[in-house]
Design a binder for this molecule. Structure first.
Ligand code: SF4
Ligand code: ZN
Ligand code: ZN
Length: 322
């Protein structure tokens, strides 16, 4: 029997590659909770009096973050928002039953929201028309994930405002966070790079602060934690996963290889980037312009936000069809 490297008495069931330790069930669970709470307190992400909207996808990360959060914030002040993106073969409706049961077990309210009903376009419907628009105008089509990401962020922010929440929590893990950091470095997008930092400010009163408590937890750790705690999470993949932006896929593949050669490299990168980027945080607060069409905040130098720009493109096709 292999003994746990931490408590020295129980049987080890998990090899934590980045630390080289073998952990028993109890020490593994304690380690994950400790690291999540350490990030929350280091960056003052959440306090007990907050009112929080949590983006719940039905995937493992959303269960993990929701559960740990319910031990920090009064569950009456947490609202899970599950978004149905409207993707054939990937319905959230099946998952909603399991998610709602889980939420009710931990005393959290959960609501189910249709992207199509709120924004006018599901991911499937948007892509159908965008592909036609791209073909007709001889331009590359954006990936489904680009629209899906923008639309989900917008819905979570709208609901947070409506429900008078002061934080939006998402289940992004360490792998997600490092990929996004690297993508923004490659693109030279300093503004977005700075916005990723947990201490960055929101540059509009209409934007609710987003926080990611799992940002120091590896994806393989989050998966194992979800299995150990017996969550019923969605394991099948979205059919658009194959069209995920190629840069992200390539960055992810490189990071997986690096992690095999140098276990812990992504954690070290997180520490390094957090410390370095803290020095380029945009201060003082800048006022973001407002989109002329929808009235939501948009990036500096834009008069129309990215969401409206995409929707305006496909409206050209819609006018021809109907
Ligand atoms: Fe949305 Fe892309 Fe994720 Fe599918 S893979 S749910 S399209 S972000
Ligand atoms: Zn132990
Ligand atoms: Zn807009």
């Amino acid at each position: 029997m292999v003994i746990c490297s931490v408590c020295g008495k129980n049987q080890a069931i998990f090899f934590q590659k980045h630390s080289g330790r073998r952990l028993c069930r109890e020490c593994f669970i304690n380690d994950i909770r400790y690291r999540v709470k350490e990030q929350i307190s280091r960056y003052s992400m959440i306090s007990s009096g907050d009112r929080v909207v949590v983006g719940v996808s039905g995937g493992k990360d959303s269960y993990v973050v929701l559960h740990i959060l319910s031990e920090i914030v009064n569950p009456n002040n947490i609202i899970g928002v599950m978004i149905d993106e409207g993707i054939a073969g990937y319905t959230r409706e099946d998952m909603y039953i399991a998610v709602r049961k889980f939420c009710s077990d931990i005393g959290v309210d959960c609501i189910y929201v249709s992207m199509e009903k709120i924004l006018g376009f599901s991911v499937d419907r948007f892509m159908k028309f965008y592909l036609e628009y791209a073909k007709e105008n001889n331009v590359y089509s954006i990936s489904a994930c680009t629209y899906c990401g923008i639309a989900r962020r917008r819905i979570l922010n709208m609901y947070a405002r409506e429900l008078k929440a002061n934080k939006v929590v998402t289940g992004h893990n360490l792998d997600d966070e490092i990929q996004t950091y690297i993508i923004n470095i490659i693109r030279g997008d300093v503004m977005r790079l700075a916005q990723l930092h947990p201490l960055s400010e929101t540059h509009s009163d209409k934007l609710v602060k987003r926080v990611k408590p799992l940002r120091s937890i590896y994806e393989y750790e989050s998966t194992y934690y979800a299995y150990l705690l017996g969550y019923t999470f969605q394991e099948y993949e979205c059919p658009y996963i194959v069209t995920r932006p190629t840069l992200r896929t390539k960055v992810r593949d490189v990071l997986i290889e690096l992690e095999k050669l140098y276990p812990g490299v992504q954690l070290k990168l997180l520490e390094f980037l957090d410390n370095t980027i803290a020095n380029i945080l945009v201060k003082p607060r800048i006022a973001l312009p407002t989109c002329k069409i929808c009235g939501e905040p948009t990036s500096p130098n834009r008069s129309i936000c990215k969401f409206c720009e995409l929707v305006e493109d496909i409206k050209k096709i819609l006018h021809k069809l109907y």
